[in-house]
Design a protein around this ligand. Structure first.
Ligand code: AMP
Length: 213
């Protein structure tokens, strides 16, 4: 299997060549076609499996196609990726930057423990894809700097770790603000009952993908 078999558009394939990727990992092989078909996804996978590219690549492609069909004036947040730690958030934003290097989509990463000024300024300039940790996201939502009204893609990354770190209420507060009509991609390394329950609430007829590193 090569990336050429996955119906990817030229600017995305070019970015993957730039990264030096020659073939998709198992989770990418299974997830990319499902996401391109607008399906919800339940991915049981750890870091190291290539799961970030498995969701970032098809999201970038779908968002680019949407942008070509209806160019917009002001940019609004259309994709939200929620992840438990600052390190993961930074890595994920770097992935969007790398795979989207030949596209015109803007991404931003926000997390707590630092001043919010630069983050708010970047939000004002317009963002398509927002990568966030839950606390800072809720803070900026409560201050009116972020609206989730136009979200078309929601990714919950490392769901089990999110709950382990005590973010369950924050995650539920974010979920409550998401539009009902959206595509949801849910990733967790383990699937204990609490996570399965959360997945059931969030996902509609998901394609299920499980891989071991
Ligand atoms: P992740 O599991 O998303 O944290 O990715 C783990 C690492 O694998 C990252 O450093 C990626 O850059 C790399 N990676 C992801 N997909 C591929 C691929 N298809 N070929 C080579 N490296 C990859």
């Amino acid at each position: 299997m090569s990336f050429n078999n996955l119906q990817l558009i030229e600017p995305v394939l070019k970015a993957l060549i730039h990264e030096g990727y020659t073939k998709p990992t198992p989770i990418q092989e299974k997830s990319i076609p499902a996401i391109l078909q607008h399906k919800d996804l339940l991915g049981c996978a750890q870091t190291g499996t290539g799961k970030t590219a498995a969701f970032a690549i098809p999201m970038l492609q779908l968002m680019h196609e949407q942008q070509q069909q209806s160019p917009q004036g002001r940019r609004n947040i259309k994709a939200l990726v929620l992840t438990p730690t600052r390190e993961l958030a930074i890595q994920i934003e770097e992935s969007f930057k790398a795979y989207g290097r030949y596209l015109d989509l803007r991404h931003l990463v926000i997390f707590g423990g630092v001043s919010q000024v630069a983050q708010v300024n970047a939000l004002r300039r317009g963002v398509d894809i927002l990568v966030a940790t839950p606390g800072r996201l809720l803070d900026l939502m409560n201050q009116g700097h972020i609206s989730l009204r136009d979200i078309k893609f929601f990714v919950l990354d490392e769901a089990d770790r999110m709950l382990d770190m005590g973010f369950v209420h924050d995650v539920k507060r974010v979920i409550a603000k998401l539009p009902a009509k959206r595509q949801t991609l849910f990733f967790s390394a383990t699937m204990p009952p609490e996570i399965q329950q959360l997945a059931n609430v969030l996902l509609t007829n998901p394609v299920k993908v499980a891989v071991t590193p």
